[in-house]
Design a protein around this ligand. Structure first.
Ligand code: C5P
Length: 243
């Protein structure tokens, strides 16, 4: 039984009221969904691994001066975060063609893109998160031009850091999705990275074998999802071989 007030329940996470004003608790569930909830399974151990992997990445980003909502991990499944106003965009950065860009543009999966590409999707389940242009974002006021500039430069810096971090672990960062929020502090507001970065929100391919170490194992019924996520955590040095 939980004594905390539940504020929001998403497909893979729950947000609870935090201990101090302006804080929340982000809880990682074991649920995996694909196709906007059309496919659903509970995969024992996924939430614990995503909590650890996301903590590791957000801690490094905070240390690099890329602001995030992350404060600290509380336990196996939960982290303390700052409350932000979520910008209703999914920001996808792609280095190699895979997934929806292949269908949309007729590219072969695995083709290196001429340069990293940033895409925006409007976060609205009812519409299946449609891809949108910067014009839509500013015209509808989801973010103003300055915020959009900040979001894009943060996305590029995050991609640079993650590519290097994963490459050192023998993993190619194919693409990933991030979400941003507005953090209000006294009379200032700044854009910070929110949500999570984990194998649920990235495509990660083993450099040598091209094995998928991400949520495509679930989407494509390949099995072995938890083993793949554990492998990512071990290669990043978050878990030891014995874990
Ligand atoms: O499906 P698509 O190719 O557009 O996904 C691009 C990247 O964004 C993938 O790494 C995928 O895991 C991630 N993504 C996500 N949540 C969504 C849609 C995509 O984490 N709702």
């Amino acid at each position: 039984m939980s004594r905390r007030r539940r504020l929001y329940e998403g497909k893979a996470k729950v947000l609870y009221e935090g201990p101090e004003p302006g804080t929340l608790i982000q809880h990682f569930k074991d649920d995996a969904t694909a196709g906007n909830g059309a496919k659903h399974e509970v995969i024992d151990g996924k939430g614990v691994l995503n909590n650890r992997i996301s903590e590791f990445i957000f801690t490094h980003l905070n240390d690099l001066g890329i602001p995030t909502h992350f404060i600290k991990r509380l336990n196996m499944r939960e982290q303390l975060i700052r409350e932000v106003e979520i910008i209703p965009l999914e920001v996808v950065v792609r280095n190699v063609a895979a997934g929806s860009i292949c269908t949309r543009l007729g590219l072969e999966s695995g083709t290196r893109l001429p340069r990293s590409i940033i895409e925006f999707y409007y976060k609205e389940d009812k519409l299946n998160d449609p891809i949108v242009a910067e014009e839509h974002i500013t015209a509808f006021g989801w973010a103003n031009p300055q915020e959009l500039d900040d979001i894009m430069s943060m996305a590029v810096r995050i991609n640079d850091f993650l590519c290097g971090m994963f490459m050192a672990a023998g993993i190619q960062l194919v693409d990933f999705k991030i979400e941003m929020g507005r953090l209000y502090e006294e009379d200032t507001m700044r854009i910070v990275l929110a949500d999570e970065i984990s194998p649920d929100s990235c495509r990660l391919w083993d450099v040598k074998t091209q094995n998928k170490l991400d949520k495509d194992r679930f989407r494509q019924d390949l099995g072995g999802l938890v083993d793949a996520y554990r492998e990512v955590a071990q290669r990043l040095g978050i878990l030891s071989e014995a874990d």
